[in-house]
Design a protein around this ligand. Structure first.
Ligand code: BGC
Length: 756
């Protein structure tokens, strides 16, 4: 019999609901009615409608309900995907996008939106990175949490996915992500944890992959011990589409809903009747679905939405998220009133790439191209000329390239639109290179040879390498996949109607080989080892001070900001407030993203050198300043201790850093923490050093050492020998004839355990 998890909290509501149902009825609820609906029971439970996806509603057209009818959905606003929205570092904006998603979901009869995706970008090659926010869990948690809050504020459910450690598409349905627990807790589970605790999402979607050998869908530790018992999740755990391999094992592990249905309810019934599955597991799943249906009241509440207003919000989000990587000589913004000839080069200017491929694909309500938007916004003195330059399918076309160079040669400035074609990145497979298509970089060289002022505008979901070609461009605007209003947003920025304010949520490495997971990704023989541990993205680069193309948090704008007056105050045990002033000292209105890192300066690193713990976006007129404030808690300086199975704060010094990127720290303050007072229990195999450092063990042992002359002699005579001795477990001392017999060690252990 599958053991009933002994300490799963009882759920009275679940039990009451389940009492009224037959076993067959309860079993039927634990899988869907069809691809997009849960099973209902007339008079007892309404079916719920679920729909992708994170950045727009993909409500499939009736009759194309299979999971592969990806592009056949009812038009809805295509907001910028997570890669883009995340780069805004603006939680208020993310919340408003969430609200808009909820309105559209409601109008389209959808109860639960299958998003946001909160997996960490472990490698820039992951084909689905465009659906994820960042390489950093704090930033992911805040931005995705804001989307969840926005969606759920209107009575629609959000479903965070893919729980957990789904950081690649290669072999995603089978691969085992092999990760140590500290890395899991600090990096890969941290965003899920915070969102579950603070935003109570309606659903969590388990991932396809295994974690340390156990499928997420059958992982009792993950779905019950961590998610429900530790974090208090009380919503529904749904499988990713097709992630269930064994329904009985999945229910026993804590999964509530299998999607899409495999019509194997009888297996559940038989398992309960034969005693292999506890009936309580079925009751709980049925009860949670019932509770969720009661909690959600949004579907159908709004009849329609304001398509123009949502398009405008999509434009604002795209504008707030584009990252100005470089801007030599202030080539941007272009003055829309000045007499000038502007070459607009690249097929992507006319045929935008604005979202990624796969289950998140939305049929937009409108689509703006940058070419149209530039024409609409530029004044009469600006002459705009378009040349496609390359084909999106990557095939070389000397005629197109030659014509583009000609157009560029006759222009004062060339805006060159480059990016990844649709086929290059998608759900379901990973990239193998960070490079742009060769036809595009070749074109850029030709254009740069013909025109001295070149601005590159990038469209891509996963990071692309820039080191090989960036000297050909004076400015680079990374627009990501900007959603349906991206073209207009790009024109807003190029022509200076707004200042760029996006910041990198992931490092742009110089070379693929510099990526910390490079030697491990995507694994082989069904396993992917997370050998780089917690050193993901800037955690690796900044600890080792490796050179990067652009660091985490980087982004320029059309003005400058000054940071002053750092003030740190202790507000309680392991609690501080951090404040500073940021002032716009340039000539244009713009927003600064003030970033707070906690740093541990260790001679020999045992943890990432610094980690993001807070950020705030401040919109400032020229000359204006504002006070920005953050709070720091014990958890912000804690690390996961696998030995003690919990978060621990080590006593000692640490530094609070405030700056404009992980490599541009402007203000610093040193602080000290007494730690959390935790002392690991001592045993026979604890080393001499551990005994001496222990608050009680040290005293108890030193009293005894008076009777162990060999040891004390060694301590006094030779520091090196003493250091050697510090590393030896007490139980081994008698072996080396340096006192402390086995009996004495036992007495010491008993004395310390008694707290003497
Ligand atoms: C994806 C999920 C998506 C689901 C339903 C799966 O293939 O991994 O993100 O929500 O399909 O379309």
């Amino acid at each position: 019999m599958t053991p009933e998890p002994a300490d799963t909290p009882a759920d009275p509501a679940a039990d009451t609901f389940a009492e009224k149902l037959t076993l067959e009825e309860k079993a039927s609820l634990t899988s869907g009615r069809d691809t997009w609906h849960t099973t209902g029971l007339p008079g007892a439970l309404r079916p719920l409608t679920l729909a992708d996806g994170p950045h727009g509603i993909r409500r499939q057209v009736k009759g194309s309900g299979d999971a592969l009818g990806l592009t056949n959905s009812v038009p809805a606003t295509c907001f910028p995907p997570a890669v883009t929205l995340g780069s805004s570092w603006d939680a208020g904006l993310a919340r408003r996008v969430g609200e808009a998603l909820a309105r559209e979901a409601s109008a389209l009869g959808v109860d639960v939106v299958l998003g946001p995706g909160v997996n960490i970008k472990r490698s820039p090659l992951c084909g689905r990175n465009f659906e994820y926010f960042s390489e950093d869990p704090h930033l992911t948690a805040v931005m995705a949490g804001a989307v969840v809050d926005g969606v759920q504020s209107l009575g629609i459910g959000a479903c965070v996915k893919h729980f957990a450690v789904n950081n690649q598409e290669t072999d995603r349905m089978r691969v085992s992500a092999d990760v140590d627990e500290a890395t899991l807790r600090e990096i890969y589970l941290a965003a899920f944890e915070r969102i579950v605790r603070e935003s109570a999402p309606a659903m969590v979607m388990c991932s396809y992959n295994k974690i340390n050998g156990v499928y997420a869908s059958e992982n009792h530790w993950l779905l019950t011990e961590v998610l429900r018992e530790e974090w208090g999740f009380d919503g529904v755990v749904v499988s990713d589409w097709g992630a269930v391999n064994d329904r009985v094992a999945a229910l026993a592990a804590g999964l509530d809903l299998e999607m899409p249905p495999t019509r194997t309810d009888q297996e559940i019934v038989d398992a309960v009747r034969s005693g292999r599955l506890a009936e309580g597991a079925v009751d709980r799943a049925a009860g949670r679905l019932h509770a969720l249906a009661g909690r959600l009241d949004g579907a159908g509440r709004f009849e329609d939405w304001d398509a123009a207003a949502h398009h405008e919000l999509a434009r604002e989000a795209a504008r707030a998220s584009a990252v100005l990587l470089k801007n030599d000589g202030g080539v941007l913004p272009l003055d829309p009133r000045a007499r000038q000839r502007v070459a607009v080069i690249g097929e992507l200017a006319a045929t935008p790439r604005y979202q990624g491929h796969g289950s998140s694909h939305v049929v937009p309500t409108r689509l703006d191209s940058a070419w149209d938007a530039l024409n609409a916004a530029a004044g009469p003195e600006v002459t705009l000329t378009f040349a496609a330059g390359y084909r999106l399918d990557g095939a070389a076309d000397a005629g197109l390239a030659g014509r583009a160079a000609e157009v560029a040669g006759a222009a004062d400035v060339a805006l060159v639109f480059l990016g990844l074609p649709d086929e290059a990145e998608s759900e379901g497979f990973d990239r193998t290179t960070l490079d742009l298509p060769a036809v595009q970089t070749e074109l850029l060289r030709e254009v740069a040879a013909a025109c001295p002022r070149v601005v590159v505008v990038l469209a891509n979901g996963g990071v692309v390498a820039v080191s090989e070609w960036q000297d050909s461009a004076a400015a680079i605007l990374e627009a990501w996949l900007p959603g349906q209003a991206g073209g207009t947003a790009i024109a807003d920025l190029l022509l200076g109607a707004h200042s760029p304010s996006g910041r990198l949520t992931e490092t742009i490495p110089e070379r693929l080989a510099d990526v910390p997971s490079y030697l491990h990704f995507p694994g082989a023989d069904g396993r992917v080892v997370y050998g780089e541990g917690r050193y993901v993205g800037y955690r690796h680069h900044d600890t080792l001070e490796t050179s990067v193309a652009y660091p985490f948090g980087h982004g320029l704008t059309y003005t400058r900001f000054e940071y002053t007056d750092l003030d740190v105050r202790e507000t309680g045990p392991n609690a501080w407030t951090v404040e500073c002033t940021v002032t716009n000292t340039g000539g244009r209105a713009a927003a600064e993203v003030v970033q707070l890192y906690v740093a541990f300066d260790e001679e020999r690193p045992t943890r990432p050198r610094h980690e993001l713990r807070g950020f705030a976006k401040a919109e400032l007129e020229p000359g204006a300043g504002t006070r920005v404030s953050f709070t720091l808690t014990g958890r912000d300086i804690a690390r996961w201790s696998a030995a003690s199975g919990g978060w621990r704060i080590d006593p000692g010094r640490f530094t609070v850093e405030v700056g404009a990127s992980s490599r541009d720290i402007r203000l610093r303050a040193e602080l000290e923490t007494p730690g959390d007072g935790y002392a690991a229990p001592l045993g026979r195999m604890s080393t001499l050093g551990e005994w001496l450092d222990h608050p009680v063990g040290g005293r108890v042992l030193l009293e005894r050492l008076g009777n162990a002359p060999g040891l004390t002699g060694a301590a006094q005579g030779s520091p090196a020998l003493f250091e050697l001795a510090r590393g030896i477990p007490l139980a081994k001392f008698s072996t080396f004839g340096i006192g402390l017999s086995g009996d004495v060690v036992d007495e010491l252990v008993a004395e310390v355990a008694g707290g003497a």
